[in-house]
Design a protein around this ligand. Structure first.
Ligand SMILES: [Zn+2]
Length: 471
């Protein structure tokens, strides 16, 4: 490039060349910048260690190196003293690298050294146990990463906890290095699902006779089969997975619910969801869950009082419909969540084959679309998370108060349900009429008239109506 500029500059027509030259230099600077960027991105200029994060979860302690490029590395466990090192080829510490504050029973410290063009990171360990190491490419807020997991001893037996409470497993989708969907406002699905799940837990736990078990209560990754194992090992009566959707265009919005079942996906949306990476949690989980050897012995089956597949599916569909109904009263549901022809809420068949005859009723609730700007904004607020959590927890409590499962304190009359008065608030939308609202809310027109002291059937958009809930 530079040679070309000189050649032209020496050939005589000054003025023209001067402007050309400026243009060339601009081009050159731009090209150089993009070339350097490519070099950095491809690691030719080396890999910078930008930061080290670490987190503890019940299953492992995870150390994450945040890097500027995919690393070429070698690692090994060494003894006397116990330590694990990682050599990153052409590696160096970033200028603004800050040494991490590590406070874990597994580490005594972390050290750095640069030699022969490599960056060596040494983790001093309290126990000489080899970790699992893997690389991850850019995803969401993170760039290239090197992830090192030191496994904890976890009891993986099928031991089932005895509990006369109704155990509900609340599964906050995603977590750790898996952010889930990223909203247009940069909010991450993993954080929204965790806040909603915590609100659901605190509401349900307040009711005697119920106990919520969370698959995670902080920001860490939970392997898929472990999410289901929690449901098995706690003798759960219901498994509720909480998510927030994303679509490739910003239009879709509203909540939806999915159940596990047999057969093919029915709706277009469900087809897309099945193909979508986001849905990997369902696809991966089902067989591991239902196929588990923990359900193999007949004796255990009897003791667990597990449901037959069809029975579990029917219960999941019923809970899903009630949940959509209650979300619909306070927030938006996806148009496909209500079948206006049949006048009923529609739980989407996620279309995965259940392999065994036994199952725990389970649903996946998509609380809204993070790809929709308004909904992303709403779902990021505590107020809206409360509204959704309320609808979810209220549905679960009501469902079990009306159908207490056998062998629980609630069924045996040792505790009683004490639920708040059964009304919800409905905001009138364009095109609504009292009869449409009544059919959708599954109450009579006269019940709505009475609850709101209406003297005529005239209503207007934006008006709030108290809806007596009859179920
Ligand atoms: Zn999700």
């Amino acid at each position: 490039m530079q040679a070309a500029i000189t050649d032209i500059a020496t050939s005589g027509r000054r003025f023209w060349f001067r402007t050309r030259r400026i243009r060339f230099e601009k081009h050159f600077a731009r090209a150089l910048a993009s070339f350097l960027f490519t070099l950095v991105a491809t690691g030719v200029l080396g890999t910078e260690l930008v930061g080290i994060r670490y987190s503890d979860s019940p299953r492992f302690t995870r150390v994450v190196f945040d890097l500027t490029a995919p690393p070429s590395f070698k690692s090994d466990l060494l003894a006397d003293p116990d330590r694990f090192f990682v050599d990153i080829r052409d590696g160096r510490l970033s200028q603004n690298f800050k040494s991490p504050f590590i406070e874990s029973v597994q580490f005594r410290g972390v050290r750095f050294g640069e030699r022969n063009g490599s960056l060596r990171v040494v983790l001093d360990l309290t126990e000489g146990k080899a970790p699992k190491i893997q690389t991850l490419g850019p995803n969401g807020p993170h760039g290239d990463r090197l992830v090192i997991d030191f496994a904890h001893e976890v009891d993986e037996s099928c031991a089932v906890e005895h509990d006369s409470n109704i155990v509900v497993v609340v599964d906050a989708g995603h977590g750790g290095e898996d952010p889930g969907a990223i909203a247009v406002n940069r909010a991450m699905e993993k954080n929204i699902t965790l806040s909603i799940s915590e609100k659901v837990r605190s509401r349900i736990d307040r009711q005697p006779g119920f106990r919520v078990v969370m698959t995670r209560d902080r920001d860490y990754e939970v392997p898929l089969h472990n999410r289901y194992r929690v449901a098995q090992n706690t003798r759960a009566r219901l498994f509720v997975s909480i998510h927030a959707d994303a679509f490739h265009n910003p239009r879709p919005r509203g909540a939806s619910a999915y159940v596990l079942s047999q057969g093919k996906a029915q709706s277009e949306l469900a087809k897309w969801l099945v193909q979508n990476e986001n849905r990997a949690d369902w696809v991966g989980g089902v067989s591991a869950w239902v196929d588990s050897s923990c359900y193999a012995e007949r004796e255990k089956l009897k003791f667990l009082n597990v449901k037959g597949r069809q029975e579990a599916l029917a219960e999941a569909v019923s809970v899903g419909k009630k949940m959509l109904h209650s979300i619909d009263s306070v927030a938006e549901i996806h148009p496909k969540s209500f079948d206006s022809r049949r006048g009923e809420y529609q739980v989407t068949d996620a279309g995965f084959v259940v392999l065994s005859a036994t199952a725990i009723p389970s649903i996946l609730v998509e609380t809204g679309f993070l790809s929709n700007p308004q909904e992303a904004k709403l779902l990021s607020t505590s107020a809206h998370q409360n509204i959704i959590a309320n609808a979810i927890s209220d549905t679960i409590l009501r469902h079990f108060c009306e159908n207490p499962p056998r062998y629980t304190d609630l069924a045996e009359g040792k505790v009683a349900c004490d639920l708040e008065p059964v009304t919800t608030v409905y905001k009138v939308r364009h095109g609504d009429s009292l009869s449409v609202i009544a059919s959708r809310q599954q109450v009579s027109v006269s019940a709505i008239r009475a609850a709101n002291s209406l003297t005529s059937d005239r209503i207007y958009p934006g008006q709030t109506l108290t809806i007596p809930v009859t179920n």
